[in-house]
Ligand binder design. Structure first.
Ligand code: CAA
Length: 385
């Protein structure tokens, strides 16, 4: 039985994130987006608020919170600033969760303690020029040299590419073993042979720090491998299953943020002698937004609830991401329509949310990949997972 009634603690986290987003992020978000400026001060404050290691055990410097609190916070941040919320999602659900769940005690002491507090930022390096949806096609190699791996290759579209101190790099060690020959390695950004390409000039999440990263004969000590030899692909899949809940929460926040702005505007703006919210053409748009966004919220909360209750959540997370990202795309377009000419200019925020929405259908597995994950689970005969 799923019980979504939120505790006082969860509501306090949501309120704190809302207050932070409105007072700290909102005043500068348009300029940072326009200038593609990485948000140094804002990220520092996010770290101080404990938003970068929310679910990590306090003994490693984290907040010890549940996944429900995390998605509530992410939803509020994403209503305003998705360059900051993607950093938050990657650091929490891919990097910190990956290290905490599968890392050795030494790796946790050395890396997780700094990543959970936000002293360091992490990046998750899976995608390559020729390995996007087909993640087994890794061309980056990690050749076993005895006491270390020699890492060579290029990773593309890496979130936190330049601002991160630690990379979790997925690389092929034994091609003959296909996905079972892949390893996950912890690489420090300032090691010799690591170089960072130019920042990507993107449609949305423009302030987000997206880069290509090149690895040229980088020596990675054996103790920096996560898990057993050949565990890297499964590591990436398991970690991404949780990451998709984060991106689903981001998409929900984008849709909900656009809806809040549309509602406020439609109740104030008058045409033909009354607020436009009272014209059926606009009222029905608000009714659709309210209904479909609430449905997305239930899917997102359901996946977080399942994670918190140790239930298999891979399919639930993919369903939440698939549906919430579609609502983000659809309702941000509608929000621009509701605001009309105002919606088309930067000052009113909805055009940015519309641009930000698209990436939620692409990163951490495209919508088509989510359908693959969901349908494979159905075919296996699982009713609900
Ligand atoms: N949990 C555990 N194991 C899993 C798993 C999961 N969720 N999914 C697959 N596996 C295991 C399988 O059991 C199988 O293991 P065995 O052979 O030992 O039984 C192995 O992994 C291979 O599985 P498949 O045969 O299903 O693999 P596939 O080649 O068909 O690919 C896929 C599966 C789901 C399509 C996968 O390639 C995929 O998720 N692709 C999308 C990649 C992606 O999401 N990239 C995002 C980049 S990261 C990012 O965007 C971060 C950012 O910066 C914002």
């Amino acid at each position: 039985m799923i019980d979504f009634s939120l505790t006082e603690e969860q509501l306090a986290v949501k309120e704190a994130a809302r207050e932070f987003a409105q007072s700290v992020l909102l005043p500068t978000v348009i300029d940072r987006d326009r200038e593609m400026r990485w948000s140094t001060d804002e990220i520092k404050q996010m770290a101080e608020m404990g938003f970068l290691g929310m679910m990590v055990d306090p003994k490693y410097g984290g907040g010890g919170m549940d996944a429900m609190s995390y998605v509530l916070a992410l939803e509020e941040i994403s209503k305003v600033d998705n360059s900051c919320s993607v950093l938050m999602s990657v650091n929490n659900s891919l990097v910190c969760a990956g290290l905490e769940t599968y890392g050795s005690e030494e790796q946790k002491q050395k890396y997780l303690t700094k990543l959970a507090t936000g002293e360091w930022i992490g990046a998750f390096c899976l995608s390559e020029p020729e390995a996007g949806s087909d993640a087994t096609m890794q061309r980056t190699t990690a050749v076993d040299m005895g006491d270390h791996y020699l890492l060579n290759g290029t990773k593309n579209w890496i979130t936190n590419g330049n601002c991160s101190s630690v990379h979790l790099v997925i690389a092929q060690s034994d091609k003959s073993q296909r996905h079972r020959g892949i390893n996950a390695l912890i690489v420090e950004a300032d090691w010799p042979g690591v170089s960072i390409g130019a920042k990507e000039d993107k449609l949305g999440i423009r302030a987000s720090d997206t880069h290509t990263i090149m690895y040229n004969d980088v020596k990675v000590p054996k103790e920096n491998r996560i898990g057993d030899d050949g565990f890297g692909f499964k590591f990436a899949m398991k970690v991404l299953a949780g990451g998709r809940i984060g991106i689903a929460a981001q998409a929900l926040g984008i849709a909900a943020g656009a809806y809040e702005l549309s509602k406020t505007y439609a109740l104030e703006r008058e045409a033909f002698g009354k607020p436009i919210a009272q014209h059926q053409a606009i009222a029905f748009k608000l009714a659709d937004m309210d209904t479909f966004i609430e449905a997305a919220r239930l899917l997102v909360y359901r996946s977080a609830w399942m994670k918190d209750h140790d239930q298999a959540y891979t399919r639930a997370g993919s369903m939440a991401k698939l549906y919430a990202s579609a609502q983000a795309m659809r309702h941000t377009v509608e929000a621009v329509q509701v605001l009309g000419g105002y919606g088309y200019v930067k000052e009113y925020h909805v055009e940015r949310l519309m641009r930000d929405a698209k990436i939620t259908q692409i990163y951490e597995g495209t919508s088509e990949i989510q359908k693959l994950v969901i349908s494979r689970d159905i075919v296996k005969g699982n009713l609900y997972s």
